[in-house]
Ligand binder design. Structure first.
Ligand SMILES: Cc1cc2nc3c(=O)[nH]c(=O)nc-3n(C[C@H](O)[C@H](O)[C@H](O)COP(=O)(O)OP(=O)(O)OC[C@H]3O[C@@H](n4cnc5c(N)ncnc54)[C@H](O)[C@@H]3O)c2cc1C
Length: 336
């Protein structure tokens, strides 16, 4: 595809569709953002996210492409969104799980090893209970709801038109970009949902200032400070597409691990609980699937916030110059 202004319809206003809309509208394209829900962000996965921007930590379990693209995703968030917090990530383990901390360190990069005293200096609430920590200073996080609203407002300010409530899209658009998340399963049979349960609490006593991951042999968890005393405790990873309320077992696991991380959670109020289904392909790698006039951006799995900006940048470059990145671009027919 060559450089000229195009009429582009984007289906789905989750984190992926919003970044596509913002990026393409800012580049001068005529963008219609079409969301099936009458209320933005009421459905879909994005509101359930942490939303950690953690390309280095995720290397422990994710394909290398997540780190490579994620570093750019992190940079794009920082350039674009003033609410992106750049406070790093801490990974901690109890003394008996020290070997797990060593293993995590070997599997990842971009970290410093902290002694218990250095950990206490960074997060006083975690003093005296852990075998030390890994600190990833480059990483960031944000609170998803205000970030989603910001992206929508900025996309509209750049000229994108929002169409809510019917799932239709302008069929005469030059190009349609499908960002429907798991709903695109009707066309992409290999797409699946991976259930992620999380609990949101509010506390005056907890005072963590950056995401903390606890390496626990049975209940690994993370806590993300969203500001104003609100913390996300997450998340399960279950091969199921069920959303809705979380199970008692998952609640017990998440809450007891949070309490083990910091006993100050004991007095926290539970303000939200629920599960989202992360859209994922069988290899858990993100894809841009290019057809003649119809392109899918999907499968961002555990990394939708981290990767959405860079997927948008790659696709905008493709639309304007034809450039493709073999790590994420595939021909649409390859998936069917
Ligand atoms: C518990 C949990 C924690 C997570 N934590 C993190 C994290 O810390 N960091 C991170 O980077 N990622 C995280 N994720 C992953 C991230 O949330 C997902 O990768 C991301 O939300 C997927 O976004 P999406 O836009 O593809 O899909 P969705 O958010 O599901 O958006 C799809 C949109 O399409 C709309 N739609 C559906 N059908 C139609 C139609 N016919 N027409 C128009 N619109 C339609 C839906 O209503 C929805 O708004 C987490 C996920 C979960 C569940």
């Amino acid at each position: 595809m060559t450089s000229r202004t195009r009429q582009i319809a984007i289906r789905g206003a989750g984190i992926v569709g919003l970044w596509q809309a913002l990026t393409l509208a800012r580049r001068g394209h005529q963008v219609s953002l079409c969301e099936r829900s009458p209320v933005p962000f009421a459905h879909g996965c994005s509101l359930y996210a942490g939303a950690m921007l953690a390309p280095n930590c995720e290397k422990e379990s994710a394909d290398i492409v997540v780190r490579e693209l994620g570093l750019r995703g992190l940079a794009l968030w920082r350039e674009t969104y003033p609410g992106a917090v750049a406070n790093g990530t801490l990974v901690v383990a109890f003394h008996r799980d020290r070997a797990e901390l060593d293993r995590f360190g070997r599997m990842t990069e971009g970290h410093q090893r902290l002694s218990p005293a250095e950990l206490a200096a960074r997060e006083p609430a975690l003093a005296d209970r852990f075998a030390g920590a890994l600190y990833y200073p480059e990483e960031g996080h944000l609170s998803p709801e205000p970030a989603l609203h910001f992206l929508l407002e900025q996309a509209q300010a750049a000229g994108a038109r929002l169409r809510l409530g019917d799932g239709e899209f302008p069929v005469d658009a030059d190009l349609v970009i499908d960002c429907r998340g798991l709903a695109a399963k009707d066309q992409l049979p290999t797409l699946r949902g991976v259930r992620g349960e999380r609990i949101v609490v509010k506390s005056r006593e907890v005072s963590l200032s950056r995401p903390v991951r606890l390496l626990h042999p049975r209940f690994p968890l993370y806590v993300v400070p969203w500001g104003k005393g609100v913390y996300l405790i997450g998340a399960t990873v279950i091969e199921s597409e069920e959303t809705g309320p979380i199970t008692l077992r998952s609640a017990l696991d998440l809450l007891s691990a949070a309490y083990a991380l910091d006993p100050a959670f004991a007095e926290a109020e539970i303000v939200l609980q629920g599960a989202g289904a992360r859209p994922a392909f069988p290899d858990n790698r993100p894809r841009i699937m290019v057809g003649q006039r119809y392109i899918y951006v999907n499968g961002l799995y555990r990394h939708g916030f981290l990767l959405a900006p860079v997927m948008a940048e790659l696709l905008a470059n493709f639309i304007e110059t034809g450039a493709t990145d073999p790590e994420v671009f595939v021909a649409d027919s390859a998936e069917r």
